[in-house]
Every structure is written in C-alpha cells, then in structure tokens.
Design a protein around this ligand. Structure first.
Ligand code: C5P
Ligand code: MG
Length: 194
C-alpha cells in the first residue's frame, strides 16, 4: 500500500499528474476541489456552503473539508492506496489525515510537492480558466488570493511532513511526460511500509 499527497500551489499540475499516477500505481485519486465542484454542480447543501468560500479563493472550513474527505476514504477502505490532491491544505487537515490513516491501519508515506513559480501559475490558471468554466480560474484577483492562501495556510503542511522525513519536491516545469517521470522517480524511492 502507498498513500501519497500530491502537493503544490493551485495550477501546479496536481490533477493532471494524479490522473497518470493512479493508473500506473493502481491508486484511488481523491481531489477535494473536484469533490466540492461536484457538490456545487448539484446544488447540495455542502456545495452551497463551499461555494461562498471557493468563489473568493478562500479555504472551506476545516471541519467541512475533513468530514467530506473522511467519507470518501471510508468508502474505499479496500483501496491499494490513495493519492490526495488538494488536501491537506492546513495543519489541522494534515493532523486529521494522519489520524484517519492510523484508523485505517496505514500511514501517509510521502508528500511530493510540484514546484512552479508564481507567474507561471497565474498564466496556467488563466489558460485553464478559458475552458474549465471555473469562476475561480478566470479572475486574476481571485487567482492571486488563492496563491496567497497557499503561501500562508498551506505551505506549513510541507514542513509538517518534512518533520516526519516524508516531504519531497520535484520541478513542476516542463512537459507532462517529463514531470511524470520526475514524480515516478521520487515515488520509486519511497519506503512502502506498513
Ligand atoms: O484543489 P483545487 O484548487 O481544485 O481547489 C479549488 C478550491 O476549493 C480552493 O481554491 C478552495 O477554495 C477549495 N478547497 C478548500 N480546501 C481544500 C481543497 C479545496 O477550501 N482542502
Ligand atoms: Mg486540481
């Protein structure tokens, strides 16, 4: 079993790379952003609650996000492993994830961060906004707020797992194949127990 956190700023390619990695390593991909967008698309109470934060580029409160994540993990308790994409985004989310993994009899094996400079991110997200239909991808102020939230609230999660000796970084610039190869090289080096 291997449980990975694919980490990095918005627009760093987490979703794109996760789609390749789940196939290669037979893992379950959990993107909390995708889960929120599904709920918003269906106008569920959870979706409506999330929308007020997402439309401003802010984080949905931890309790809401953690509850949603827990449901998804518990629904796949027979999985060969998980790729968490866009979660954890705060220290309380990281602590909750570690507890949840312990309950499942496993651990987070590694966090791998995709490194992409701010200006490249803004350009990528604007490009994606042309086709994604995501309102949070089409306004530069919202995009910059998401980057700021990442720096203040989310980057401590890298240090949290670094203290456990589990954080890795790869260069997130290049072709999809080049970046995938870097991620796979990092994953091959990870200890897979328990
Ligand atoms: O991960 P992604 O960039 O798709 O997330 C889109 C938005 O969903 C974030 O900007 C944030 O508003 C919300 N989100 C969150 N907490 C998470 C994941 C996503 O608040 N753990
Ligand atoms: Mg994504």
């Amino acid at each position: 079993m291997i449980n990975l956190i694919l980490f990095g700023p918005p627009g760093s390619g987490k979703g794109t790379q996760a789609a390749h990695l789940v196939e290669r390593y037979n893992l379950v991909h959990i993107s909390t952003g995708d889960l929120f967008r599904y709920e918003m698309g269906n106008n569920t109470p959870l979706g409506l609650q999330a929308k007020s934060y997402i439309s401003k580029g802010e984080l949905v409160p931890d309790a809401v996000t953690i509850g949603m994540l827990r449901n998804k993990v518990e629904a796949h308790s027979d999985a060969n492993g998980f790729i968490f994409d866009g979660f954890p985004r705060t220290i309380p989310q990281a602590e909750a994830l570690d507890h949840l993994m312990a309950e499942e009899g496993t651990v987070i094996h590694a966090l791998i961060a995709l490194q992409v400079p701010d200006e490249a991110i803004v350009e990528r997200i604007k490009l994606r906004g042309a086709t994604s239909g995501r309102t949070d991808d089409s306004d530069e102020n919202i995009i910059r707020n998401r980057i700021n939230v990442y720096k203040t609230e989310t980057t401590p999660v890298f240090d949290y797992y670094a203290q456990q000796g589990k954080s890795h970084s790869v260069n997130g610039l290049g072709s999809i194949e080049e970046i995938l190869a870097r991620l796979c090289a990092a994953i091959e080096g990870i200890e897979r127990k328990p």
